[in-house]
Design a protein around this ligand. Structure first.
Ligand SMILES: *Cc1c(COP(=O)(O)O)cnc(C)c1O
Ligand SMILES: [Zn+2]
Length: 419
């Protein structure tokens, strides 16, 4: 007879919250900082429960991020799980782009294919599942846009109330596509960092689950699924190089964590890999710390078209720098003009219209190749984390009809130079 305990997907392997600095532990709850030293908390797991997860148990799961639920801290009961089916996005081999860049094996992990068209659906699905399991009925967040849309959509689908705070200068595409889900949407006169500060203050007053504050430890674990998927889609092996965009730095550190877990749990045979981080020059605090050899991040005031990455004081910045240094990678930045060129290069060569964050990634890939930091012959995966329709303003000024003509064949022939 099989019991529920024989199915790794039904058992929550998370046991507590652990301080990343002093190691103090806390009961699993919606809390995110250590009471002793104020460092961030992360999820602690029972290694024996994690070790029950096998390739077979994963492969028997659904084709979305919940196939990895045995390695996650929430969502174990499908009945209360908050899910729009995010995950299992395409890992596309991009030979035309590779040829243009002089590379041998290149893939794009295309997370624009998620339900609200960005990678944020992964983290939000896990965070809201945790929020619901811990008894919350209102979920909230501060957002540069993609998180806003994802929280509003997932909350709507689960009958949770949402309160979303955004800077008032967001792209119209992101504001409208958040408002449409019908939650509370508050536009604030200020930068994302101002919005985030206000959000922390509200979190001290209201009994809500704040996706990027008190349930952040759960939220962050959702990013691991991007790393698991890349490895599984490559045939259960690790790529040699990855290039990942950085906002708070959480995604980058969690992909590294995911690769390490798969190796440690014996799900694949670990091989060396190098992690590269990508930022925009108009918001480059992590690239700057990497370049100067600093261990701490000096906050900046963001000014870039890559708004989804515009976090001037990134919480996981120092951890991202550690990962890049430890794995022999690097963290670099590119100008807004290079971002636009990167978006167009990916669209023109591969038919993938990425948002500005994807342009940041492609442009940094070009830069890393030019600087000889990234090996053009090693297997490389770059992450496209959002859809170009979200940031259409970035390419609109330089993307229009190639010809504008009167409705006659002769005009058409003349314009295209046909005989
Ligand atoms: C949130 C986001 C990221 C990465 O965010 P981190 O805070 O570094 O985890 C990357 N790309 C897009 C489009 C995003 O919305
Ligand atoms: Zn501590």
């Amino acid at each position: 007879m099989t019991s529920v305990l024989d199915r790794p997907s039904r058992v929550n392997p998370a046991t507590n919250l652990k301080c990343r600095h002093c190691g103090a532990t806390y009961e699993l709850a919606a809390i995110h900082v250590c009471e002793r030293c104020f460092a961030p908390l992360e999820i602690g797991y029972d290694e024996d429960l994690l070790a029950r997860v096998t390739r077979e148990s994963i492969e028997a799961g659904p084709y979305n991020l919940w196939r990895y639920v045995g390695l996650l801290p929430a969502g174990h009961d499908p009945a209360t799980r908050v899910s729009l089916g995010a995950g299992w996005t395409p890992l596309r081999r991009v030979d035309r782009l590779a040829r243009e860049l002089g590379m041998r094996s290149l893939w794009v992990k295309d997370d624009s294919a998620n339900p609200t068209h960005s990678f944020k659906d992964r983290v939000v699905s896990v965070a809201l599942s945790a929020a619901r399991e811990h008894g919350y009925t209102t979920v909230a967040c501060a957002s540069t846009g993609n998180l806003a849309q994802s929280v509003a959509a997932h909350a709507a689908s689960a009958g949770l109330k949402s309160v979303v705070l955004i800077p008032n200068d967001l792209e119209a595409g992101k504001t409208v596509s958040t408002a449409v889900y019908g939650g509370t949407l508050v536009a604030i006169e200020g930068s994302y960092d101002d919005v985030n500060r206000l959000c922390s203050e509200i979190a001290g007053e209201q009994e809500w689950a704040f996706v990027n504050v008190n349930v952040r430890p759960f939220y962050a674990e959702g990013s691991k699924t991007l790393g698991y998927e890349v490895a599984e889609q490559l045939g259960w092996r690790l790529p040699e190089q990855v290039v990942i965009p950085i906002a708070s730095g959480s995604l980058l550190t969690k992909v590294d964590k995911a690769f390490g877990e798969l190796d440690r749990l014996g799900i694949l045979e670990g091989t060396p890999y190098r992690v590269f981080g990508a930022q925009a020059a108009g918001c480059n605090p992590v690239a700057a710390a990497f370049a100067s050899g600093a261990d701490t991040i000096t906050p900046v005031r963001p000014s870039t078209i890559a708004k989804s990455l515009a976090i001037g004081n990134p919480a996981d910045g120092p951890y991202a720098v550690d990962v890049a240094r430890r794995t022999g990678g690097a963290i670099t930045d590119v100008t807004d003009d290079e971002v636009v060129a990167g978006m167009k290069l990916l669209a023109r060569t591969e038919g993938i219209f990425a948002e500005t964050a994807g342009g940041v990634t492609v442009a940094n890939l070009q830069k890393l190749l030019a600087q000889g930091k990234l090996d053009p012959d090693a297997e490389t995966v770059i992450f496209n984390t959002g859809d170009g329709l979200k940031t259409i303003d970035a390419v609109a000024p330089t993307s229009g009809p190639t010809h504008s003509i009167k409705p006659s064949y002769s005009a058409f022939e003349a314009a295209l130079g046909l005989e």
